[in-house]
Ligand binder design. Sequence first.
Ligand code: NAD
Length: 484
Amino acid sequence: MSSKRKITVAYGDGIGPEIMEATLRILDAAGAQIEPEVIEIGEQVYLKGISSGMDASAFESLRETKVFLKAPITTPQGGGFKSLNVTTRTSFGLFANVRPCKAYSPFIKTNYPKTDLVIIRENEEDLYSGIEHRQTQEVVQSLKLISKPGSEKIIRYAFEYAKKYGRKKVTCMTKDNIMKLADGLFHKTFDEIAKEYPEIETDHKIIDIGSALIAERPEIFDVIVTLNLYGDIISDIAAQVTGSVGLGGSANVGEEVAMFEAIHGSAPDIAGMDIANPSGLLNGAIMMLVHIGQPEVAEKIANAWMKTLEDGYHTGDIYQEGLSKERVGTQAFADAIIERLGQGPANMEPIAFGKEATEPMNIKLKPAVKQAKELIGVDVFLEWDEEGRDPNVLGEKLRQLDADGLQLQLITNRGVKVFPGGMKETFCTDHWRCRFQNAGQSAVTHAQILDLLKQVEALGCDFIKTENLYTFDGQRAYSLSQGE
Ligand code: NAD
């Protein structure tokens, strides 16, 4: 039996085949113990009518090899095509998106030569669940779902990653000054897990100032862990800051399966011309080699690649007059790397993966502790567009309702309290949140809520949704309104 590690490989579209060929040639010359199993994905598969761009045999291959080296693909224009990346991510539970962003100055132009950070982005939750509803004439809703296990998994991954790659600091980024429950859960989980890694320095930054600092002082960051949407945005900021958007690789990692790729697309404008830079895919492949336990091969390739950059053999996209020695094509660039296998950079810091790089990551979740949950009220959301949208009129109407003690406490519009005692200047849409509780916030029953909704209907009001108000172990588990 072969001792080589089977991996699934897709040559993709556009420049995909040429950069994959260059990458695999380098891996082979460096002695990577891999056995590629080639699958077809992308444009041709989409055009056969398979909406995910990947057929059943491709899924089967991934299920078996659990490692996917993927060249970029072209998503055909027009509707009905699902993102192949999203399909792979969700089907195989690839919960972590890992994107190292490093400057290679002066060989790649950047104003921030000391940048060397890694963004670890949660990949499965947040606003990307895509649960959206139009609720009224004027208002739509996009649900942001954050779970404790989802947060714990990605945060543990970030700390284990830091340990594995000898990184010193993990920074968490959230907006928990505003989203106290959702982002607050992520931040709180970060603080809890940080205690298990006393050797790693930790920090938290509010995402807005955090993003600004990535753009202004990226060298202060090491590993950054964050929620899906923020991660999406700061990954691009950080890649741009390093000046090496075209050189970046990324990994999507799950408990079983992992996918490695370049961050750029299929560049159809230069396809088949042998001028594409294969570095992005190569950097993805370097991450893959560490992942499959071949860090010494990964190190050899990374150092030869940096030496090639230093020696001035550059593809057109990174060619700089006066600094570059020769403008080379895709395959000649690969040859230059192959010639330098065993050598390392003289000006840039050589890559050295420590022995930790081969150790398995411990991302086991702590057993959940169930908390006592009590229902203490309900928010009934209404569409209401009468009487000049005067909150006092709606308030007085709803004040008549009484479902065995369940009575109106307040009304908000877009989160701002408008009744009782609202300000007449507050702009109101047709979307109203009406909070009902028992006197003294005593426990509420489902029967009371059902009765209340019947009364709301009888009043001629259109209720569009309800949200229950709970406490967990006596702690309020819903937000107060602005002005409450
Ligand atoms: P792109 O990244 O393919 O190209 C943007 C620009 O960068 C182009 O001018 C291109 O020539 C250049 N470029 C990209 N990679 C390069 C490389 N390795 N060497 C030299 N120059 C390079 O982005 P796009 O044009 O917006 O998208 C093209 C196609 O790629 C679309 O169909 C898009 O859906 C797809 N795409 C796929 C992935 C993926 O498979 N992960 C990611 C992004 C875009």
